[in-house]
Design a protein around this ligand. Sequence first.
Ligand SMILES: NC(=O)c1ccc[n+]([C@@H]2O[C@H](COP(=O)([O-])OP(=O)(O)OC[C@H]3O[C@@H](n4cnc5c(N)ncnc54)[C@H](O)[C@@H]3O)[C@@H](O)[C@H]2O)c1
Ligand SMILES: [Zn+2]
Ligand SMILES: [Zn+2]
Length: 361
Amino acid sequence: MPQTVKGVIARSKGADVELVDIVVPDPGPGEAVVQIQSCGVCHTDLHYREGGINDEFPFLLGHEAAGVVEAVGEGVTDVAPGDFVILNWRAVCGQCRACAKGKPWYCFNTHNAKQKMTLEDGTELSPALGIGAFIEKTLVAAGQCTKVDAEADAAAVGLLGCGVMAGFGAAVNTGGVGRGDSVAVIGCGGVGNAAIAGSAVAGATTIIAVDVDDRKLEGARAFGATHTVNGKDEDVVERIRELTGGFGADVVVEAVGRPETYEQAFYARDLAGTVVLVGVPTPDKEVTLPMIEIFGRGGALKSSWYGDCLPSRDFPMLVDLYRQGRFDLDAFVSERIGLGDIEGAFHKMERGEVLRSVVVL
Ligand SMILES: NC(=O)c1ccc[n+]([C@@H]2O[C@H](COP(=O)([O-])OP(=O)(O)OC[C@H]3O[C@@H](n4cnc5c(N)ncnc54)[C@H](O)[C@@H]3O)[C@@H](O)[C@H]2O)c1
Ligand SMILES: [Zn+2]
Ligand SMILES: [Zn+2]
């Protein structure tokens, strides 16, 4: 029997979010219904609300979640009712040309639930990043569920479902940060701080945090930044060069998604260094770079989809690091809120007051 539960939607561009009744179908073949325990408020939810991702309103927001599997559909063998899972938004297909080449983190055919959750009048919802987890129960593809240690705090480990995994993976998987590297991270929100923490775990010795908000820079130190630069007061490229012996950083992670910060990243890396773009630009943004500089500086300009992660490999590993006290996921949780508090959490995010507001159910 389909269930009716409470969830949070963005009905139209820019309008305040609304807590409404949502109909969740029983899981079909390959699908699972998950009882949500926690869901972080990510900047991407705000991008959806503002129409910056696409126009497929109404959106069921929320995608950074953990919960317990309630029911599974036909043919599901990897997870079972009662399993504690983190939801992921790139369920690997195993068959596309990327998967066939042994690079499943690039999977070009990731999948979501086939059935749609709807409003009571039958209007189909577009779940944010194919998840939609600001809701009591959600319907996903079973491959979007990764089973992890049930002892872990849902509010903390749920954040691995998006921003923290994206940031950690941007540094470690995409950027290949290793022992002794210098790293600069531009933008110290949830994503950027996770890139800083990941760089520290990977053994980077110089970790430069860049933001335009001193509160964020103070926070970044707690995650492992060895130096901070406030882009409002200082020339970011010059400062990063000064802090790296005059050369620039081996890896620069851009975690804002704006042309000016991308340019800073481009010029603030050492010769043959790597730029990782993990911030998501809106479709109107453009950069212009001298082609001779692209050639002359060598190295790599990379983008990081979801931190180039493999949920089945990376989520349990990060939960282990967390439980061993080597990766402080709790520090990302600024506040615990209810489903009715999401609009307020967006404003706090815009004012830079929080790293992550986490809805706890
Ligand atoms: N690639 C992915 O898979 C992925 C996954 C999750 C989020 N994201 C994206 O990552 C970005 C960051 O997400 P978040 O949740 O950390 O957002 P956030 O709003 O919490 O953090 C952004 C930070 O950037 C800082 N900032 C803004 N302008 C700046 C500037 N000119 N110079 C330096 N710092 C500046 C802000 O002060 C803030 O601290 C967003 O674009 C989000 O959509 C990407
Ligand atoms: Zn694939
Ligand atoms: Zn996100």
